[in-house]
Write a protein that binds this ligand. Sequence first.
Ligand SMILES: C[S@@+](CC[C@H](N)C(=O)[O-])C[C@H]1O[C@@H](n2cnc3c(N)ncnc32)[C@H](O)[C@@H]1O
Length: 244
Amino acid sequence: MKRDYFGEGIAERYDEDAAAQSTPEAVGPVVEFLSNLAGDGRALEFGIGTGRIALPLHDRGVQIDGIDLSSAMLRRLRSKPGADSIRAVEGDFASTNLGSGYGLVFLVFNTINNLTTQDEQVACFQNAADHLEPGGYFVVEVGVPNLRVLPPGQNLHTFHLSESRWGIDEYHFATQDFTSHHFAVRDGELRRMSVPFRYVFPEELDLMAKIAGMSRLGRWAGWEHEPFTDDSTMHVSVWQKSRE
Ligand SMILES: C[S@@+](CC[C@H](N)C(=O)[O-])C[C@H]1O[C@@H](n2cnc3c(N)ncnc32)[C@H](O)[C@@H]1O
């Protein structure tokens, strides 16, 4: 049984913690990008969460379904206006199948990294392809592994430092995994949460797509089609399922 890192305690604060990524300015370009690819077809979000992207996409007229491991996140989604016309199913997006005929499957906000083995990430690409109609699109938004910030001999990177919160990523190069350690002082108590991830390079994702019968249509450094360069820290990639 896969461990759910988005239980009640995380789900209740999720929308507040993701407020900066949920503004119309942040979400607008994502919705524009995805609705252009969806056209009149059905869309499926892997890791739909509380509907940060799915709800505004649905408001744009895209018919959307979703899969998520966390019942607590799905409960929050279902309590929101508009969510009753979104089919949201509890399950693992590496293996749960909702049928075929989707024009678009998407997986945003670094959520591919939540699959902590290569086999699971490969299975996720196959699962996306299985849902897609011929010619359909799979979109992934994920950070480029930021190993360049590490000086030789180091495997720890501080990604957040403020009065009451600290975040440290711990990298393991031999296994290509990393753990994000979050420390926070809340109600006078120090709390720690450590979440395991697998980092993955863009070219490895292309290979996973190829194995699943998809080929790369484009890669950008952001949702507004910014060019992807040596210095890009994240990418939005689109693969297309073969028409045959
Ligand atoms: C970072 S949140 C992103 C939520 C939403 N897509 C957004 O953009 O706000 C990651 C979501 O993926 C879900 N998730 C993580 N691993 C999963 C898996 N293997 N199968 C299904 N859902 C998963 C989590 O429960 C969580 O709701």
